[in-house]
Design a protein around this ligand. Structure first.
Ligand SMILES: Nc1ncnc2c1ncn2[C@@H]1O[C@H](COP(=O)(O)OP(=O)(O)OP(=O)(O)O)[C@@H](O)[C@H]1O
Length: 427
């Protein structure tokens, strides 16, 4: 018998895991590039042909140098939190595959997201989102958020692109890459030289420099998402001020003004803690704006209850803002049009958003670029999105995952993982 060789044992484990991964999944195409990684559509190679979304994390990068110091903080956080949670309105993690320089997370697939719905209604349907769809989307989003907050998890990056919806019309909160446990030590919302929370959905306490923020920041973001589903454009669409050369965090004046233009300038009466914020003096230097939320609402819809819910979610003082359970139990949801489990229920076919676009360009790009090559501009561009729709040819992009898959971790059975039970409707 050969003496034990740790390298040979490692290579054997790596190669068998890699084979197992490739025999299990066939890549169908590239979906999107985010801040932390790239997302692909894949199907299982068994008879069930279940569809999954596979997120490939970028390796850690320090300046221009790729440092393989380990797994990125975002990946660890997303994996750790996802393994602990299970809820119908949170995207389920099926398994995690570790390759020596990359991590792949296999998620249940969601055919749509709120951004796509907004885009579909503004450009194709050219009409408002019907009340039943709006209400079901917000109700399910809040249901997922109640669960996260009950588990002491702040999402911290709720925005239309991160709120998915599957072909059965069930809302799935995704992207827990920024989520954190509320009782862990507070960190600023900046990571290295990159601002990591989307500014349009950022709560006023964060914009005023708060370091001790709470779950209320997610409720503010839900208000922004609800308003965007109503008006089909971001309600507070500010220009982000960039960090200066010393990496000082600037006052986000334009974003603050965009909020004040709708909600009016906050008063110390409604928000006694206001003068303690680091940016208070900058805020005081701005003009005084009258509140216009009622006007904003009445020019768009007639429901007093919907107006009230928005008002509760847009309370300046985070202590007075509606909590996720309060918003979930708001009377708007028991008005005549009730939310449904299938948010698309009763919609005419042309109101249903189209299938998520995938491309093969990016998948084949990844196929030719070893995981270690991080100099590829498409890889580094967080804004690179699918360019054009090309039908999936069924070609095997399994090797887009590169080589050296080392370990496959099964997510505990308690997780509600499972792919879309429907076969994908291919255009
Ligand atoms: N489970 C899924 N099913 C289908 N598409 C998905 C899924 N998860 C993510 N996507 C798509 O991939 C995009 C990027 O995913 P995700 O937000 O998780 O990555 P990210 O790197 O954190 O991106 P960002 O910086 O935009 O937040 C999403 O906006 C969505 O379009």
């Amino acid at each position: 018998m050969l003496p034990y060789d740790p390298m040979r044992a490692y290579r054997h484990k790596r190669d068998t895991a890699h084979q197992a991964f490739n025999t299990k999944y066939a890549m169908l195409g590239f979906i999107s590039s985010g801040t932390y990684g790239r997302v692909y559509k894949a199907k299982t190679r068994d008879a069930e042909e279940r569809i999954y979304a596979i997120k490939k994390f970028k390796p850690d990068k320090e300046g221009e140098v790729v440092t393989y110091t380990g797994i990125s903080q975002s990946a660890i956080r997303e994996i750790a939190l996802n393994r602990e949670i299970s809820h119908e309105n949170i995207v389920a993690l099926r398994e995690v595959v570790l390759e020596d320089k990359s991590i792949y997370m296999v998620f249940e697939y969601a055919e749509h997201d709120f951004l796509q719905i907004i885009h579909h209604f503004s450009t194709t349907v050219r009409a408002m989102v019907p009340p039943s769809l709006l209400k079901s989307c917000i109700h399910q989003l809040l249901n997922g958020l109640v669960y996260l907050h009950t588990c002491h998890i702040q999402h911290r990056d709720l925005k239309p692109a991160n709120i998915l919806i599957n072909s059965d019309g069930v809302v799935k909160i995704g992207d827990l890459g920024l989520a954190r446990l509320t009782y862990s030590p507070l960190q600023p919302l900046y990571s290295g030289d990159k601002v990591v929370v989307t500014i349009w959905y950022r709560a006023p306490e964060l914009l005023l420099g708060a370091r001790h923020y709470t779950k209320a920041i997610d409720c503010w973001a839900v208000g922004c998402v609800m308003a965007e589903l109503i008006s089909l454009r971001p309600i507070f669409k500010g220009e982000e001020a960039k960090l200066d050369h010393k990496k000082n965090v600037p006052f986000q004046k334009d974003q603050v003004v965009k909020i004040f233009e709708v909600l009016g300038t906050p008063s110390v009466h409604e928000w006694p803690g206001l003068p303690q914020f680091p940016e208070y003096l900058n805020m005081k230097a701005l003009d005084n704006y009258p509140p216009k939320l009622t006007e904003w609402c009445t020019t768009r819809f007639r429901s007093k209850d919907a107006t009230d819910l928005l008002r509760q979610l847009f309370m300046y003082n985070p202590e007075n803002r509606a909590t996720a359970p309060e918003a979930f139990n708001h009377k708007w949801f028991s008005e005549d049009i009730k939310p449904t489990r299938n948010a698309f229920h009763g919609l005419p076919p042309n109101h249903c958003p189209p299938l998520r676009k995938i491309t093969q360009d990016e998948a084949s790009l990844a196929h030719h670029v070893p995981a270690s090559n991080n100099n590829n501009p498409a890889y580094n561009n967080p804004n690179s999105k699918p360019a054009s729709w090309k039908p999936a040819s069924g070609q095997n992009f399994g090797s887009a995952f590169g080589v050296n898959t080392a370990v496959t971790m099964q997510v505990p059975a308690g997780n509600n993982s499972g792919g879309s039970r429907k076969k994908p409707r291919l255009e």
